[in-house]
Design a protein around this ligand. Structure first.
Ligand code: PEP
Ligand code: CO
Length: 443
């Protein structure tokens, strides 16, 4: 392990500028919460982080695919078994389609159990003439538009921790209690999605897998391993006080952020001399950096040098979020530079954040743009002979109307019908399946 990763004090970040940190009104309650977090049990274990890193090494080597997804912003109100189960259903249905089509292992990572803090483009929001602090995620303030709710409250950091623990427990329960087994394929498809074109197509895949399972059992193969799955937790590691307080030494002495298995640095906080890069350098988790259309070759090379100096496979992932109209222009140079530099990284496509538009004043994304960015991602990798390693998406398990398009088409007039996201618009389950089928064809 690189000496920097053995730095259990992980304090170097404090000397660097930290972008997008909340302006807490009072330091005393913040210090109190951080003291409690410093001695609380982690949301995940260092061993779980190592397990994910070794799976991501397979992705970087071109032998596996990542599916990472969930809400843009989780909410405390969303810590409910039905909501967590439905998100898991979306993830599992997509993963089944991808595994079946690609015949490669799919590493399943939720944007779940910790995705409670958001960087925003403006610090304030104006509504009906009143201006208040913008919503920064449930870990910082509340969504309701009133001055008290929008004031950052550090006690929310503790709630975010508890919400993460509760969500992780639900995810583990569903993943291992038989619910996520391959003999449950039809059960995941029983609600609104069943009648959508994507749901019907899914049912055909599920029937073929049933036949394959019956065949395997008839041959005497043990199919017990197929009764549970591993689902890992990830979030943007935005709030450095929180992340720092949950950092613990692992058995080998290296420091791990125990708030989630994988943390990523967002597009807005990836400054090379900034506090986020310094903090991420000091933890041993698998990590990712989101890279947008203005990312330079020098920057990606510097991330590799600073964040993965020893070239550990699975340690570093780049999540590209270029936009459908720019990915084919901007991505090739970055990939070429990294490929020639040597150490393996995984490339994952986020086709959501570069394609946000407004329709009648409502923030949305059109599925055709999302699909086009994914197509561009695969085209670029195919041309360069590199591995399109995965997909990073914002989705929910519910029948929301936040993104346009899909085989069960959502039109601009439908958007207000069920728009529930507190931040970015998410694909609903049938749109998520549409996307999975497209990727399956590309795989
Ligand atoms: C996000 O993932 O919700 C996000 C803010 O993305 P990005 O950092 O890519 O803008
Ligand atoms: Co988002």
């Amino acid at each position: 392990m690189h000496p920097e990763l053995l730095d259990t004090t992980h304090t170097t970040w404090r000397a660097r500028p930290a972008a997008h940190q909340p302006g807490w009104p009072d330091p005393a309650p913040l210090a109190d919460v951080l003291d409690r977090l410093r001695v609380a049990p982690g949301v995940v274990t260092p061993a779980g982080c190592d397990d994910l890193r070794s799976r991501l090494a397979e992705v970087a080597a071109g032998r596996a695919f990542v599916l990472q997804g969930g809400d843009c912003a989780e909410t405390f109100a969303g810590v409910r078994s039905d909501s967590v189960r439905d998100k898991l259903k979306t993830l599992l249905q997509m993963a089944v389609v991808l595994t079946y089509a690609g015949s490669v292992p799919v590493v399943k990572i939720g944007r779940m159990a910790g995705q409670y803090a958001k960087p925003r483009s403006s610090p304030v929001e104006t509504l009906d003439g009143a201006t208040l602090p913008v919503y920064l995620g449930d870990a910082v303030n509340g969504f309701a538009f009133d001055a008290a709710t929008r004031t950052p409250d550090p006690r929310r950091l503790w709630q975010a921790y508890e919400a993460s623990r509760a969500t992780m427990a639900m995810v583990d329960d569903y993943a291992h209690n038989g619910y996520a087994g391959l003999d449950q394929l039809h059960r995941w498809n029983r609600d609104f999605v069943a009648s959508s074109p994507a749901g019907e197509r899914y049912e055909e895949v599920a029937l073929e897998i049933d036949r394959a399972l019956r065949f395997m059992r008839a041959c005497g193969a043990h199919t017990d391993e197929l009764r549970s799955v591993n689902v890992f937790a990830s979030h943007e590691g935005l709030l450095l006080d929180y992340e720092d307080a949950l950092t613990r030494p692992g058995p080998g002495g290296a420091s791990y952020a125990t708030s989630g298995h994988m943390l990523w640095i967002g597009e807005r906080t990836r400054a090379l001399n900034g506090a986020h890069v310094a903090f991420f350098r000091s933890i041993a988790n698998p990590i990712a950096v989101k890279v947008g259309p203005n990312t330079t070759i020098n920057e990606v090379c510097a991330y590799v040098e600073q964040l993965n100096p020893d070239g550990i496979a699975g340690r570093l992932t780049f999540i590209t979020r270029m936009g459908a109209s720019t990915i084919r222009d901007r991505l090739p140079d970055l990939i070429t530079a990294i490929r020639d530099a040597g150490p393996p990284v995984a490339w994952v496509c986020d086709p959501m954040h570069g394609n946000t538009i407004k329709s009648n004043g409502i923030k949305t994304r059109a599925l055709p743009d999302v699909l086009d960015e994914v197509r561009g991602f695969f085209e670029v990798h195919r041309t360069l002979g590199t591995h399109p390693g995965g997909l990073h998406v914002e989705f929910t398990g519910e029948d929301v109307t936040e993104c346009l398009g899909g085989t069960a088409e959502i039109r601009p007039d439908d958007l207000p019908t069920r728009y529930e996201s507190v931040c970015d618009p998410r694909l609903n389950r049938s749109q998520s399946l549409d996307l999975a089928f497209l990727v399956a064809e590309l795989l």
